[in-house]
Design a protein around this ligand. Structure first.
Ligand code: HEM
Length: 84
């Protein structure tokens, strides 16, 4: 069962201790353990930790990247929130 996270909950996880969550499309990914393995470097990932990185992700990667690494890094999905 996939866990659901609000954007506020994602924003609380932006360091290596509590996890570094990023949003890509509707998915939530924890990249804390992927920092050293990221071919694009750890710095750029740290910069978007806790945020929606959909735009940045699709700027630099193909669908194949998400298909390959996504299952390992995904921890859940973004919870739909009512727009005020
Ligand atoms: C789940 C999250 C991510 C995964 C699994 C991931 C994976 C990868 C992989 C496999 C590559 C090697 C190039 C390729 O095979 O296409 C790469 C390169 C790169 N990534 Fe990521 N990445 C992630 C998130 C991000 C984010 C959020 C950013 C930007 C804020 C970013 C920026 C880059 C950059 C700049 C490169 C280098 C591109 C180049 O040298 O041409 N990545 N990433």
């Amino acid at each position: 069962m996939s866990q659901q996270f609000t954007k506020a909950q994602v924003a609380e996880h932006k360091d290596e201790k509590s996890g570094m969550y990023i949003i890509i499309d509707t998915g939530v990914y924890d990249v804390a353990k992927f920092l050293d393995d990221h071919p694009g470097g750890s710095k750029i990932l740290k910069r978007v930790a806790g945020k929606d990185a959909t735009k940045q992700f699709w700027k630099y990667h193909s669908k194949q990247v998400l298909e390959k690494y996504g299952p390992k890094l995904q921890i859940g999905t973004v919870k739909e929130e009512a727009k005020l």
